[in-house]
Design a protein around this ligand. Structure first.
Ligand code: HEM
Length: 446
């Protein structure tokens, strides 16, 4: 199939395209998009396990993901390799795990209640738009230690506008086809993305300057980046810090909100499940909630695959031998949908994770190996807390609609239409917001 057609399918019908390839060619196959080299896709646990167990010196990601550079920045963690990758990851990691997450559930709860504060009985709203708002506030707090100050609000609004501009499948072409944005500067949407990006950059640089002069709140990711050092012992430059701030914003925000919206979609369509979940929470048990989060990430991994890896040495996959220089993608979503890996894989069955957690080989929403998502503990905490807060403070009902399909928003798979819900009654918390906040909750935001 010509590369242009493959890119078209990748953007508009990624699920059908990839499943068809898997059915036709088996668990290891090659695709090629417009303007990019061939990409070998791994769609079964064993080949993925072999890829993820390669030592870091045997592969790199910088060139394979270069299309992300205009947004993430050239020194972003997601594009760094070798010692630089380890240095930046070591600087950020303590803020994203263990004690670094102390107190974060309270932040997520407050951000969720603020996002839902305008909702009243009878209101209809987009679960995705609400989750977007709550998770963006949460990520801003993780980065800067605050999320309610006027400067945070200004940054949130600019970022929301930028994410909105990047959101349609059409604009995803710009991300998937290297250099396309550079050639399409006359298109208003492309110019808007650039101007949003420039405004966000200016705000981030302003934050960095202020934090250098007055210090950043202890424990914030910005304070950790300010304390980090280059190989020669010098502090990280402002451009390098900006790239990491943008990386966490881009990697952590829409992924988490997509997962929350998908979970709400399934919970609201199964009243028995919702009631069991809420009863469990009332008893202090999160078992159902945790199982729902795992099952949501299995059936709807927001990133269908991990970063593209480029091999520095041959990789032996039994019948296949990939030579050095091959670009490889571990496709978690195809692994999750393999009946050999999960029984009835197309069905939403959180029960499968009630007695035992996910088996690592067949469960890859956060990728794996030395590039595995460093934000997974924070993401799961945010998912659990947003869902528990919403479901215990609002009684919600789904709006009758067509089966919800997945669509691309940038690189993230979101439910088309945003999962529209209606507020039946307000149990606690929300219901006090301003008309402007009501407007914000109603915007579908996909
Ligand atoms: C449900 C939410 C999330 C999902 C599904 C997700 C998924 C992923 C995946 C698949 C990767 C690529 C891993 C690989 O190639 O092996 C990744 C990388 C990454 N994620 Fe997440 N992520 C989520 C939330 C977050 C959050 C909340 C943060 C930060 C606070 C974050 C920060 C990152 C970073 C910085 C990387 C690059 C890591 C590296 O290159 O070393 N993610 N994520």
């Amino acid at each position: 199939m010509p590369p242009a057609l493959q890119t078209l399918f990748e953007v508009y019908a990624p699920a059908r395209f990839m499943l068809a390839c898997r059915r036709r060619y088996g668990p290891v196959f090659t695709i090629q998009g417009l303007g990019t080299p061939p990409l070998v896709v791994l769609a079964a646990p064993e080949p993925v396990r072999r890829l993820f167990s390669l030592p870091s010196r045997s592969l790199s990601v910088g060139r394979g993901n270069a299309a992300l550079a205009p947004l993430f920045g050239p020194r972003s963690l997601v594009l760094a390799d070798g010692a630089e990758h380890q240095r930046i990851r070591r600087a950020l990691m303590p803020g994203l795990v263990g004690a670094g997450l102390d107190g974060k559930a309270d932040v997520v709860r407050s951000a969720t209640l603020a996002a839902a504060s305008a909702l009243r009985p009878g209101d209809r709203f987009s679960a995705l738009a609400l989750a977007d708002r709550a998770t963006l506030c949460t990520i801003l707090e993780a980065l800067f230690g605050t999320w309610r100050a006027p400067a945070d609000e200004a940054l949130r609004l600019r970022l929301t506008s930028m994410f909105g501009d990047l959101g349609s499948p059409l604009k995803t072409f710009g991300v998937l086809i290297p250099g396309l944005y550079d050639r399409l500067d006359r298109i208003p949407a492309v110019r808007r993305i650039r101007s949003d990006l420039a405004a966000v950059d200016a705000m981030l640089h302003d934050r960095i300057r202020t934090a250098r002069a007055r210090g950043a709140p202890a424990g914030s990711l910005l304070s950790r980046l300010l304390a980090a050092r280059e190989a020669d012992g010098q502090p990280l430059g402002a451009a390098t810090i900006r790239d990491q701030l943008m990386t966490v914003l881009l990697a952590g925000h829409e992924t988490t909100s997509a997962a929350i919206a998908w979970a709400l979609h399934h919970i609201q369509r199964r009243p028995g499940l919702r009631d069991r979940l809420v009863a469990g929470l009332a008893r202090g048990s999160e078992d159902d909630l945790v199982a729902i989060c795992h099952e949501t990430l299995r059936l709807h991994p927001p990133l269908t695959g991990g970063l593209v890896r480029e091999l520095h040495e041959p990789l032996d996959l039994g019948p296949w031998r990939l030579p050095a220089g091959t670009r490889v993608l571990a496709h978690g979503w195809l692994v999750h949908l393999d009946p050999a890996t999960h029984e009835a894989p197309a069905e939403f069955r959180p029960e499968r994770f009630l007695d035992r957690g996910p088996d690592r080989a067949g469960y890859l929403p956060f990728g794996g190996g030395h590039r595995q998502c460093p934000g997974q503990a924070q993401a799961l905490l945010a998912m659990r807390t947003v869902l528990a807060t919403l479901l215990t403070s609002l009684h919600l009902a789904p709006l009758p609609d067509r089966p919800v399909r997945a669509m691309r928003r940038g690189g993230v798979m979101v439910p088309r239409g945003g999962v529209m819900l209606r507020v039946e009654s307000v149990l606690a918390g929300p219901g006090s917001g301003s008309p402007a906040e009501r407007e914000a909750c109603h915007a579908v935001g996909t």
